[in-house]
Write a protein that binds this ligand. Structure first.
Ligand SMILES: [Zn+2]
Length: 298
């Protein structure tokens, strides 16, 4: 046989064998190069374990460190549905479920922390109407209030009962709003006038500014520091769905209130009540009204 021809033949055979070895050993590389052609290659029966490993990711030079733009964070807003803006509410009318809103006025103070502990223990939430002066003193406590899922509202800066000019009302309410935002990052359109007074200028200003003026339907007079059992009895015996309960986490020692809340929550839970914030309560009334309207024959 011609030597030159034999060499050529062996050379071709070597190339064919070489190609097959490459195909068998490095299928992934071929896949990267041309995945379509590999799709036609029948799968291996039992590839050795090392072939089951995923291909090593290709290391690309890292791009220049430009931080990806974060979407602007929306501030948390405690606002009632639009139909309640500039309105005065005493309770919500809810008939399709048992819900109730506990509210705490005059904080944030060290007493607030005790209330938060009780709420957390019973997996309940509430609404806290804060004084600007206390927010400035205890911003961290206000932050914890909101972080735990509670709502926060405006209760003026100084808790004046006397008649105020529009300028004073604006200073008292707007500055408190600023401190709610500074301490919690939240905005609130919930307002409770000090002492529940509706005629001294605060409520008028709040309504002008679109706040809902949140009054209450149950007042156990906890600020007079009656025994905890009396506070609890007063609330539990008058509980109705949609009720708003007035309590205090400021203005002095609130041990009776703290103990009363520890009793009120489990008792009402036993009766099937859920504890919600004031905005949630009003949202539920709005939703129920909408549902009733939708069900009416047209
Ligand atoms: Zn108050």
């Amino acid at each position: 046989m011609n030597t030159k021809f034999t060499k050529k033949l062996w050379f071709k055979i070597a190339i064919i064998i070489g190609s097959m070895v490459v195909i068998l050993l490095f299928p992934d590389r071929l896949k990267t190069a041309n995945s379509n052609s590999l799709a036609q290659i029948p799968p291996f029966g039992n590839p050795p374990p090392n072939l089951l490993k995923p291909p090593k990711p290709q290391i690309l030079p890292s791009p220049p460190a430009t931080p990806s733009p974060k979407p602007p964070q929306q501030p948390l807003v405690f606002a009632p549905p639009t139909q309640f803006r500039s309105q005065i509410v005493y309770k919500a009318s809810i008939s399709d479920s048992k819900v109730i809103a506990l509210t705490f006025d005059d904080g944030p103070t060290s007493e607030t922390l005790k209330i938060l502990e009780v709420l957390q223990k019973h997996n309940a939430i509430a609404t806290f109407f804060c004084l600007g002066a206390n927010l400035r003193e205890n911003p961290e406590i206000a932050k914890q209030v909101v972080k735990a899922g509670n709502a926060i509202g405006n209760h003026t800066w100084h808790h004046y009962y006397h008649n105020v000019s529009e300028k004073t009302a604006s200073d008292e309410i707007d500055n408190t709003g600023v401190h709610i935002y500074r301490s919690t990052g939240a905005k609130s359109l919930l307002f409770r006038p000090p002492g529940g007074r509706l005629k001294n200028g605060f409520a008028d200003y709040a309504q002008k500014k679109n706040y809902v003026v949140v009054m209450w339907s149950i007042d156990p007079k906890d600020f007079l520091q009656p025994p905890a059992a009396a506070i609890a009895r007063s609330v539990v015996s008058r509980a109705t769905s949609g009720a708003i309960v007035l309590l205090h986490d400021g203005g002095g020692d609130r041990q009776q209130t703290v103990e009363a809340v520890s009793a009120i929550i489990p008792k009402l839970k036993q009766q099937g009540y859920r504890f919600v914030t004031v905005p949630q309560l009003l949202q539920m009334q709005a939703a129920q009204k909408q549902q009733t309207a939708d069900q009416k024959p047209k």
